[in-house]
Ligand binder design. Structure first.
Ligand SMILES: *Cc1c(COP(=O)(O)O)cnc(C)c1O
Length: 371
């Protein structure tokens, strides 16, 4: 029988959020942190405009998009490379710098793709415990060994929503050996309000072992097109350019991302929507008697009490019966939680009411069971 390289069969395949429910026509999809506003109309136009050009190869050098990203973020275009989602770039980075015998380090509730990428490269995934559902710099540094090759940190983190202050991110980097690659995953950076947060770009500029990852899947609402980018030191970008497929990002994705980047009003509207409904929804979750973790992203991780009538599985089934699809968190070792994306206003009203109803029903069930 054909045998894959060691590590690959250890991968539990990544399972995206559900998008349908059996027997339900209309569903509220809050399982994948997709933007409730969708993409910029200008991005949709740019995508459609390429319908007559599908026989053409995309620009393998990603020139126009890289220049636009560089212009917007004030970064050097030749230190940017685009990927088929930042997922692809995560895998390429890990494959490029870690292999059998090496360790890839991340925090306990870090993004699931980090462990998958490590195993796919035949490297050993190492998870450092978190404190209060947040990356713990001391715990991470304590797990650095001579075999550590890559450290991955999502900030804000998915699925917890936690935010690591700039000083802590810098302390983590400062504690790493110079030959360990530090990848800062900024997938939700656009949702964060100043404060003591900074994205990974300043660290990249100052060091030659830091790379940041960004995506058009979240605030830009282009998840279907699979487009993200990395900014890193010239040597790291050179490695990614050697390893990536020559046409890894498709032409409609490049064009739509370019147009999306220019539509600042649309990004601002998505941010304003999140600013309004994230605190509103978190307050409603608390009022219903459940525990929302503080979130800096466009989603809330909600903890449910133990017990067959009140736990996260029961809540999920209850929400599903009303056509609402949250994300189950068992794969993250957070089986007592559901992650709920901030959707449209009408959707959030419906979810909040459903949680109230679930609280009432589960309280009744518990009473009848005499618990
Ligand atoms: C969504 C997400 C990504 C990006 O995914 P792509 O769609 O592949 O660009 C990366 N990191 C984290 C933490 C995410 O939540």
């Amino acid at each position: 029988m054909m045998k894959a390289r060691p590590g690959i069969m250890d991968i539990a395949p990544y399972k995206g959020g559900d998008s349908t429910l059996p027997g339900q026509q209309r569903v509220i999809r809050l399982a994948s942190n997709e933007s409730p506003l969708g993409p910029s109309p200008q991005a949709v136009r740019a995508y459609r405009d390429l319908a007559g050009e599908l026989h053409r190869y995309p620009d393998g050098g990603q020139e126009a998009l890289r220049v636009a990203i560089a212009g917007h973020h004030k970064l050097p275009a030749d230190q940017i490379v685009c990927g088929a989602g930042s997922d692809e770039l995560i895998s390429l980075l890990v494959r490029a710098y870690a292999g059998p015998g090496d360790e890839v380090l991340y925090s306990e509730y870090g993004f699931l793709m980090y462990a998958i990428a490590a195993k796919g490269a035949g490297a050993t995934p190492v998870a450092a415990p978190e404190r209060d559902y947040s990356a713990d710099v001391d715990a991470l540094l304590a797990r650095v060994t001579p075999r550590t090759r890559v450290v991955l940190l999502a900030n804000p983190n998915n699925p917890t929503g936690s935010l690591l202050p700039a000083a802590e991110v810098r302390r983590l980097h400062a504690g790493l050996p110079k030959d360990v690659l530090f990848a800062v995953d900024d997938a939700y950076a656009e949702y964060v309000d100043g404060g003591d947060y900074e994205d990974g770009a300043a660290l990249v500029a100052a060091h030659d072992n830091v790379v940041t990852l960004r995506t058009f899947s979240k605030i830009y609402g282009l998840a279907a097109l699979r487009i993200g980018w990395a900014y890193g030191p010239p040597a790291v970008i050179d490695v990614l350019n050697r390893l990536r497929g020559p046409f890894n990002t498709n032409a409609p994705a490049q064009a739509a991302a370019l147009a999306a980047l220019a539509d600042r009003a649309h990004v601002a509207a998505a941010k304003a929507h999140n600013d309004r409904w994230l605190p509103w929804f978190s307050a409603r979750v608390s009022a219903a008697g459940f525990t929302p973790l503080p979130s800096a992203g466009n989603f809330v991780l909600v903890r449910f009490p133990a017990g067959p009538a009140t736990n996260a599985d029961a809540a999920c089934a209850f929400l599903n019966a009303r056509g609402i699809i949250p994300r189950k968190m068992g794969a993250y070792g957070l089986g007592d939680c559901l992650r709920i994306t901030i959707g449209r206003a009408d959707e959030m009203e419906i979810v909040a009411e459903a949680l109230d109803a679930f609280a009432a029903v589960s309280a009744g069930l518990k009473r009848r069971a005499g618990v």
